[in-house]
Design a binder for this molecule. Structure first.
Ligand code: HAM
Length: 433
């Protein structure tokens, strides 16, 4: 006898069940409304790309690329020689798309957003998945601080339109290729004397990515970072002016930010402004709900013309968790609003007329003509979740009438067919209040 197999989702992935969909739908819908109202257009990017887009784009020594990338090979190829990678983020792909589609010759800035799943092979824990969802924005071709502001503001507006409270933007400037190398030298000479006090990861960072020494979460490293020279005190005048004018715009529009001199971000492509969004209660910022920054060198690095750029991504899964923590109720999904029940041939004819009239006018109406009795049709109507049923029997059909029944209250009234659209819409509108 063969044993019945049962399967589970792969570690770090999960089903987003119908009961959770209202949250996801509300975040996607709010994001799209906000971003489109700001003139940002949607782009859909592939979920897998040539692995090099990410290795070069994000940086081969970053955790995301060196430890967390899902590599895939072409069918039949040797997995030891992978060609593609599941996208761990959207920025490098957006840059590839900007170059490949000749967007550099379009009127600048080019402003795009994307929504979809990302993949990182990290250790799963609360708020950290191997398959997670982001909404992200990338703005190309504007080197002014207006674009930094627009990035921060659009994420801020999404979060506040969702009703989230106590959100803070943490921000810093990590300088540019003109001033950062001098700072890195200074930083390394500070850490050189303290190498033995660093955790093993940081000893590698010292060689490969010294900026990240500043945001290690290990206690010993955190203590050392406290006395390290700060990048914000070592950036050039142009970077200082750029950061200053970004902050002035945030002040003017009353966006709450904190300066975080240790914020460096985990991706290599950033220059100048970097930022992260978190709830004020998440002091350690274990689960930042979003992050981004400027990346003026990335387009050139991936083979395009020198193009300034800035953007951000919000982690949808973490926004959902925060909405739950803050007890924010998502807008319910509309579902079926009205069911039509009918008895007899003439009633079928009138029902079709009513069905077409309602569905043409943006009412969610369910109608499948059957020969079932009224009781069976009623049971079915209740199961659809509709609040209203329209009942048309032979008698009503002959008089061009319809019975409107409230399935929750079990009350009913008769109307002329010509008046039913207005009556139904009035009731549905009233139910929303
Ligand atoms: P990131 O900071 O790596 O930046 O990710 C952005 C957000 O995605 C995080 O703040 C977090 O909310 C969410 N996130 C990241 N990893 C996970 C995970 N394993 N599970 C659940 N949520 C996660 C970027 O991805 C950059 N591409 C942002 C950007 C756009 N910079 C410029 N433009």
């Amino acid at each position: 006898m063969s044993k019945k197999e049962s399967y589970q989702t792969a570690r770090g992935t999960r089903d987003i069940l119908p009961k959770d969909q209202p949250y996801f739908q509300m975040i996607r819908h709010t994001s799209e409304c906000v971003l489109q109202s700001l003139g940002i257009q949607r782009i859909d990017l592939p979920t897998f790309e040539n692995a090099e887009v990410f290795t070069r784009g994000i940086g081969k020594d970053t955790d995301i690329v060196s430890k967390e990338m899902y590599l895939i090979s072409k069918r039949g190829d040797d997995i030891k020689d992978p060609t593609y990678a599941l996208r761990p983020e959207g920025t490098a792909s957006a840059v590839r798309a900007y170059i490949e589609n000749g967007m550099g010759s379009m009127p600048q800035p080019v402003k795009m957003y994307y929504v979809g799943p990302m993949y990182r092979h990290d250790r799963p824990q609360k708020g950290r998945y191997r398959e997670f969802y982001q909404v992200g924005v990338e703005i190309f071709g504007d080197r002014s601080s207006k674009a930094d502001y627009l990035s921060i503001m659009s994420a801020w507006k999404i979060l506040s339109d969702l009703g989230l409270k106590n959100i803070i933007v943490y921000t810093n400037s990590i300088g540019c290729p003109a001033c950062r190398p001098k700072y890195i030298k200074k930083l390394k000479s500070y850490y050189k004397k303290n190498l033995n006090k660093l955790c093993s990861d940081c000893r590698v960072r010292y060689e490969e990515n010294p900026l990240r020494l500043l945001d290690c979460k290990e206690d010993g490293c955190k203590k050392l970072a406290k006395s390290a020279p700060l990048i914000i005190d070592n950036i050039c005048d142009e970077c200082k002016d750029h950061f200053q004018s970004t902050l002035e715009l945030l002040d003017y529009f009353e966006i709450r930010y904190d300066l975080d001199p240790y914020l460096v971000r985990g991706l290599d492509y950033y220059s100048r402004t970097v930022f992260e969004f978190a709830a004020k209660s998440d002091k350690e910022r274990q689960n930042s709900i979003g992050g981004g920054g400027r990346y003026d060198e990335l387009v050139e690095l991936l083979g395009g013309a020198k193009t300034p750029a800035v953007g951000f991504s919000l982690g949808i899964d973490r926004v959902v968790e925060l909405m739950r923590e803050q007890k924010i109720k998502p807008t319910p999904i509309r579902g079926v609003e009205v069911c039509i029940l009918q008895l007899g041939e003439k009633a079928k004819e009138v029902s079709k007329k009513v069905y077409e009239m309602l569905s043409k006018h943006n009412t969610n109406v369910y109608f499948v003509p059957t020969n079932d009795g009224l009781r069976t049709q009623m049971r079915h109507a209740v199961k659809t979740g509709a609040k209203y049923a329209l009942i048309i029997g032979q008698k009503e059909a002959l008089k061009d009438e319809v019975i409107l029944r409230n399935l929750n209250a079990s009350s009913q009234e008769t109307f002329f067919v010509k008046d039913i659209l207005e009556e139904i819409q009035k009731r549905i509108e009233k139910d929303k209040c």
